[in-house]
Design a binder for this molecule. Structure first.
Ligand code: HEM
Length: 123
């Protein structure tokens, strides 16, 4: 039986009208690294918009790991720890993102709060 977890092959055109099916791992091994997603700047070209991303809904957020636009944070606890550190310093950082000095129990409580945003009508 075919392994359903394996990535499907990607069809690559090697010359006009000639295609080969290649495993995505092979394509990745010779591809350029993916460019950073610069956020809203990519559309507006306004330097102030660099690293600005759409603020997502937190509804059912417990079920949608990994987090942030690039999936760089694996768990909600780590998201809370990220905010507690004050995010990543950059010249466009919103003043609301700053070190929060949360205690261990407050970090725990905030994580539990985020987990509580899960509806009971989700499969
Ligand atoms: C302690 C307070 C906060 C908590 C617990 C929190 C929680 C979260 C979580 C769980 C996510 C990930 C959502 C996902 O990937 O589906 C997220 C993303 C985000 N939050 Fe917050 N947030 C906080 C404060 C803020 C503030 C103050 C701002 C705006 C100034 C903000 C703006 C955003 C934005 C723009 C994203 C998307 C980031 C990206 O895609 O890389 N958050 N937040």
């Amino acid at each position: 039986m075919a392994d359903k977890t394996a990535n499907p092959l990607q069809r690559v055109q090697v010359s006009p009208g000639v295609y080969v099916d290649v495993a995505p791992e092979i394509i990745a091994s010779v591809a350029e690294p993916k460019a950073n997603d610069l956020g809203r700047y990519e559309i507006t070209q306004n330097p102030q918009d660099r690293w600005r991303y759409k603020t997502p809904s937190l509804r059912n957020v417990q079920l949608t790991a990994p987090y942030m636009h690039n999936g760089s944070i694996a768990s909600l606890r780590e998201v809370v720890e990220f905010y507690n550190r004050g995010g990543i310093a950059n010249e466009n950082l919103d003043p609301l993102i700053k070190p929060l000095h949360l205690s261990g129990i407050e970090t725990e409580d905030l994580t539990t709060f985020l987990e509580a945003l899960t509806g009971d009508n989700v499969e």
